[in-house]
Design a protein around this ligand. Structure first.
Ligand code: PBG
Length: 334
């Protein structure tokens, strides 16, 4: 065909076939990048559907182990566990029960699936009757009073065999206190995944339903410890502090609406960056797909790919098993 225009630069040349596109693709997503967040419950043989999170369940320890065994062939090698407690009190004391749900689950997983990398959530909200991540003193979340129990919780998880502890509480100084406590207990190899830039987001709504953990007393929200969604510079400051205190990886959460923060953190930090595609992000995609308004599989792939493109090395997502299955099915998804 005759060349009518003087166009030496035609970006479309590199888009003309799947092979061309594959050669120039800048971001790759693989199951190796994914971390699967999972919820626990008491009992035996339990697989309780979570109404607010279609396709997600609360697992009793036995079913958790079976389900995790099926993740490994998919290429998912890391899970992040969230506990639950019926014995809630103002100080979240049941978080320190050596026979609590999380330590039992970690022990069972490490015994049956030693190659599975196990992360545990460290925060008090499933264990406190007021539903906050720290201890409530005179109507306020007391930072320093919360640190000791969080550190003991991390040590308990580490002693049970957790490979990573993931403090999601946003108390100041907790990464340093956790690192010191882990080291003092001889747990020098237990990694810390710091929720460094965790925003006070409405997108945690479906998760709070899953865990039955929303603020009930004291401040009605978590804005005195989680970050203001309007801020980015502050995220860099939080990251800097966590790195100084001994974090092994830093996290931005939520992910999809905070991609500028993910990018900024990736550019600033010399540590691996994690991003958490939270319950609300997952639930929105499901809800729109259920209405027939978007394609579930494509939205899943695109949403997680974009988080990776922004700079996340590891991505926590409820889509993890489904996404891994899809990624493994064919070479290319374009
Ligand atoms: C609480 C915690 C929350 C999430 C992870 N850990 C909720 C909150 O901070 O209120 C949210 C995860 C999600 O929405 O998927 N420590």
């Amino acid at each position: 065909m005759e060349n009518l225009y003087d166009l030496p630069h035609r970006p479309r040349r590199l888009r003309q076939s799947p092979a061309h596109r594959g050669l120039v693709r800048e971001t790759r997503l693989s199951a190796e990048n994914l971390i699967y967040p999972m919820f626990l419950c008491e009992g035996q043989g339990e697989k309780q559907p979570i109404g607010t999170l279609p396709g997600q369940f609360r697992w009793s320890v036995d079913r958790l182990v079976e389900t995790c065994a099926d993740l490994i062939p998919l290429g998912i090698r890391t899970v992040n566990l969230f506990g639950q407690s019926t014995q809630k009190d103002p100080r979240g004391s049941s978080a320190l029960d050596p026979d609590g749900l999380v330590p039992r689950a970690v022990r069972a997983l490490k015994a049956e699936l030693p190659d599975l990398c196990v992360q545990t959530d460290v925060a008090l909200d499933p264990y406190t009757d007021h539903g906050h991540d720290g201890i409530l003193v005179d109507g306020r979340i007391d930072n320093d009073a919360s640190l000791d129990i969080l550190a003991r919780m991390a040590v308990l998880h580490g002693e049970a065999g957790a490979d990573w502890v993931a403090p999601s509480d946003m108390m100041d100084g907790r990464v340093g206190v956790l690192r010191a406590a882990l080291d003092a207990a001889g747990l020098t190899q237990t990694c810390i995944l710091a929720y460094s830039a965790k925003y006070a987001s409405c997108f945690y709504g479906p998760f709070r339903g899953a865990l039955d953990a929303a603020p009930l007393q004291g401040p009605p929200d978590k804005k005195t410890y989680q970050m203001d969604p309007a801020n980015r510079m502050e995220a860099l400051r939080e990251v800097e502090l966590d790195i100084r205190e001994g974090a092994d990886a830093v996290m931005v959460k939520p992910a999809g609406m905070y991609l500028d923060v993910v990018l900024a953190v990736k550019q600033q930090s010399r540590l691996p960056v994690a991003a958490y595609q939270v319950s609300g992000e997952y639930a929105m995609i499901h809800a729109a797909a259920e209405k027939g308004w978007i394609d579930l599989e494509k939205a899943m792939l695109e949403s997680v790919l974009c988080i990776r493109r922004a700079g996340a090395d590891m991505i926590l997502t409820y889509f993890a098993p489904e996404l891994a299955r899809t990624l493994n099915e064919s070479v290319s998804h374009d």
